[in-house]
Ligand binder design. Sequence first.
Ligand SMILES: *Cc1c(COP(=O)(O)O)cnc(C)c1O
Length: 220
Amino acid sequence: MSIAENLLTIKKDIPEEVILVAVSKTKPVADILEAYNAGHRDFGENKIQEMVSKSEELPQDIRWHMIGHVQTNKVKYMAPFVHLVHGCDRVKVLKEVNKQAAKCDRIIDCLIQVHIAEEDTKFGFDESELSDLIDQRTWEDFPNVRLRGMMGMATFTEDHDQIRREFKSLRAHFDRFAERSGLKNWNILSMGMSGDYRLAIEEGSTMVRIGSSIFGTRNP
Ligand SMILES: *Cc1c(COP(=O)(O)O)cnc(C)c1O
């Protein structure tokens, strides 16, 4: 199947209100253009430099999502154009996004990445760090960051009960944070990838990040 056909299949499979981010990491600009020409505009990359160089070659109305671990020394390169930073996994990232956004006279939308997987290879805020964030209302120090919600990744496993449990816990963190922070614009829950997006949507995801089911498997 072509990229355009894959996109259509997935769009039919998810509710209209769930936003689909097409994860194009490692894939050539020609593949992105194929999805673009099929009408798609939201693309996700996990390396800042790769996103920057692709953005320079592609149409300017693409909405670029930074879904990977953010190296703070590279934030300045994406600050002029990034649409949503999913991978804010520590206060230092929020601080640097705020600083670079201010230099560009922008307010940048960000998601707090939360550690939900039982495996300990994934980045993100843990429970006590989330509590600190709320107690200290840390975002008030960062006026050029707009917190929109949370992002998380489930454990890479065949165990659906475990994946569901992890997504449920992220949804609970998301709702609790909304309630305790009183933040306006808090309405994006980014969870679900090719292998688990149906479960994620059942558990309340509002944004899915799908790569291989659209663009095919990646070479490592
Ligand atoms: C690569 C990646 C995805 C997409 O993974 P697929 O399994 O190819 O759909 C989603 N989210 C993040 C953070 C990723 O790094």
